[in-house]
Design a protein around this ligand. Structure first.
Ligand SMILES: C[S@@+](CC[C@H](N)C(=O)[O-])C[C@H]1O[C@@H](n2cnc3c(N)ncnc32)[C@H](O)[C@@H]1O
Length: 392
């Protein structure tokens, strides 16, 4: 069962992490979890997605009767509503302007703070138990200024006990390392760097997954799927994982260059990655530095997906030629990119096998976590990387 696949452990130099509690088969769903916190990615996204379930909204959406800025897709979502402090800030109920009048760089952290401060106390405590960003926030996200803005947007009687600049700073440091993006629906005409999140979510158990530049698992969301649980995170194993091995995600596109990966991990997550791939590619970097740099061209830098980069970045960008220009000695991990990076159109998502069949056999069918396309294993393993997708 998915529930017993993982166990938490303290890992030297890595904080907590999740280990395989038993052997895990390729494609197995190893974690499914509801969000502790779910909040809109931007004010611009509010009219397009239900503010309760974050499914795409049709024209028939009903606006929130209090703020009129949020909309709901159904009577049950309208009844569930959205975070109360956020609703108040959107309506201007704090008396000092509304959230839309905040400068744009402040809007995203304010959406997070107003949603986090609306959580019931036990949930707020769980959020605070997650790991914190080890580095200072960007200059336009000064916690003191954001704290004052929250205080101005919400009447004092609505603010929770403990509301303070320190608590605001602590919360902001949780957002940076622990939020996963729930992306807008995939559209092939939108290039990867311009794809946007519709919402961000914090999942307490999934937040214990550490990073590896050659991950053995990846995560899916099925936000527009009907039925309950559409914002649950679903983590699946890319390949068999032996008991006791750590299960890791990549926190961003798996084909970023070594220096970009290191920079992002240091700035946003406060650590230097020493994974197997980084150990190999750190030597490429030294070669580049000394010879003018032609040995590192198999990877291509990409921009953020517009989410500010917290936690799980869903987008993947393909390097040119799938790394095929290097010999296996130079690039021992080329198999990973051929097998697990989707090269359908401009997608470049990560391909994970579908769950094993009822008889325990591997499915031999891979699903992309960005475009959703399905591919047969033999197409993926084709010498050209296989670009003949199965019909959906
Ligand atoms: C989302 S949390 C993962 C869980 C975290 N280790 C904990 O103790 O709760 C991200 C943080 O974990 C640590 N981390 C993740 N991957 C790591 C790695 N490969 N090496 C060292 N530290 C890592 C960093 O401190 C990072 O900011």
């Amino acid at each position: 069962m998915a529930g017993d696949a993982l166990r938490a452990a303290d890992l030297p130099g890595r904080g907590r992490g999740l280990l395989a509690a038993r052997s895990i088969r390729e494609g197995e769903v190893i974690l499914t979890e509801q969000p502790l916190l779910l909040y809109p990615a931007s004010l611009a996204s509010l009219p397009s997605f239900c503010s309760a379930c974050f499914r795409s909204l049709s024209a028939a959406a009903s606006p929130c009767p209090s703020c009129r800025a949020a909309g709901f897709c159904s009577p049950s979502c309208a009844a569930a509503s959205h975070p109360r402090l956020l609703c108040t800030a959107l309506s201007g109920g704090g008396g000092n302007g509304n959230l839309a009048s905040a400068a744009e760089p402040h809007q995203e952290p304010l959406l997070f703070l107003l949603s986090a401060y609306s959580l019931p106390e036990p949930s707020l405590r769980v959020l605070l138990s997650l790991s914190s960003a080890a580095t200072p926030p960007p200059s336009d996200q000064d916690p003191g200024s954001l704290h004052a803005m929250v205080a101005a947007l919400v009447p004092p009687q609505m603010l929770p006990p403990g509301f303070s600049p320190d608590l605001t700073a602590a919360l902001l440091s949780k957002d940076r390392t622990n939020s996963f993006s729930i992306m807008e629906p995939y559209r092939p005409e939108v290039p990867q760097p311009l794809r946007k999140a519709r919402a961000y979510a914090v999942y307490p158990r999934a937040s214990l997954l550490n990073h590896d530049c050659l991950p053995n698992a990846c995560h899916f969301d099925y936000a527009d799927r009907p039925g309950p649980g559409n914002t649950d995170i679903v983590v699946r194993a890319l390949h068999d994982i032996t008991e006791g091995r750590e299960v890791c995600l990549s926190y961003f596109a798996a084909n970023w260059q070594y220096k970009d990966r290191q920079q992002r991990l240091l700035e946003d997550y406060g650590f230097r990655c020493e994974c197997e791939r980084c150990q190999v590619e750190s030597k490429w970097k030294q070669d580049d530095d000394s010879d003018g740099g032609d040995g590192d061209d198999t990877m291509e830098e990409e921009e953020e997906d517009g989410n500010g980069g917290e936690g799980g970045d869903d987008g993947m960008e393909q390097e040119e030629g799938d790394g095929g220009s290097d010999s296996d000695d130079d690039f021992p991990h080329s198999y990973f990119f051929v097998r697990y990076l989707c090269n359908h159109g401009e997608c470049y998502g990560m391909l994970a096998p579908l769950p094993p069949l009822p008889n325990g056999e591997p499915s031999h069918v891979f699903e992309c976590n960005v475009c959703g396309n399905l591919k047969n294993e033999d197409e993926i393993d084709a010498p050209d990387g296989g670009d003949s997708s199965m019909a959906d």
